[in-house]
Design a protein around this ligand. Sequence first.
Ligand SMILES: NC(=O)c1ccc[n+]([C@@H]2O[C@H](COP(=O)([O-])OP(=O)(O)OC[C@H]3O[C@@H](n4cnc5c(N)ncnc54)[C@H](OP(=O)(O)O)[C@@H]3O)[C@@H](O)[C@H]2O)c1
Length: 249
Amino acid sequence: MKKAVLITGAAGGIGTALSNAYQNAGWFVIGTSRKTPENIDELNAFIACDLLMLASDDLARDEFVNAVLEVLYTNKAELHSLVNNAALQVLGGADDLTAKQFENSFAVNTLAPFRLTQAFLTNLETTKGSVVNIGTVHAQSTKKGFVAYATTKTAMHGLTRALAVDLGGRVRVNCLAPAATATPMLMAGFAGREQSFEKLAESHPIGRVANPAEVAKAAVFLSSNDASFITGSTLYCDGGVLSRLHDPE
Ligand SMILES: NC(=O)c1ccc[n+]([C@@H]2O[C@H](COP(=O)([O-])OP(=O)(O)OC[C@H]3O[C@@H](n4cnc5c(N)ncnc54)[C@H](OP(=O)(O)O)[C@@H]3O)[C@@H](O)[C@H]2O)c1
């Protein structure tokens, strides 16, 4: 039987790197996102899904789960890992963030990962598999305007610990929390602002931001048997940025 991983947000910057890294490590990769990704040929299977719907609608969740089970059956694969990577990042703070934006952030960043874990619990338990939640440094240290993202990602970090305790030896649950990662979207945001990008890079003790590939390799490790005694942990892939004290100059 092939060893399969289900990756949400597989079309994104880190999702693409995750898909490549798991494939390179011999995994059968099932990717999902709302839009059909440009890298669809690089995935072993793709199933479209809106996590906003899946979070609240049992029918939408069951349809998606059945589609995944069919792919697994057809390809003689078993689910060994679920990577909750998709995220909604809405910018806004105390003055302007709406209740709907907050609810949607919670649905995509926290509730959908929980619902997917529940939906594939039997599969993951059978394979002694694991869940990897992609968190963020914003769960520890954030900045202005990130209220919904930081709060709901912090909840995801908490969900990781709560599920690890609740599931015990049945399914390992861990969190991988990157700092700024050089995805195409992040780099596009710094186009024409090279000095700002340099400052961002220098703010990390390691002297640069992360490459998507090095974040992805850490996820593959957490899914692997090499991490067999690791559960309820958050691995910060942050270039040391959270350890640094920023004194005013
Ligand atoms: N990039 C960074 O610097 C950084 C740093 C720390 C943590 N992270 C974390 O890393 C993960 C990936 O980030 P990224 O930078 O790769 O983001 P990205 O390029 O924006 O990708 C996000 C992915 O999530 C999917 N998605 C968003 N809303 C969805 C929904 N409602 N239903 C289904 N899929 C949805 C998107 O696809 P569709 O739009 O097609 O649905 C896309 O594939 C996130 O959890 C993020 O919090 C990123």
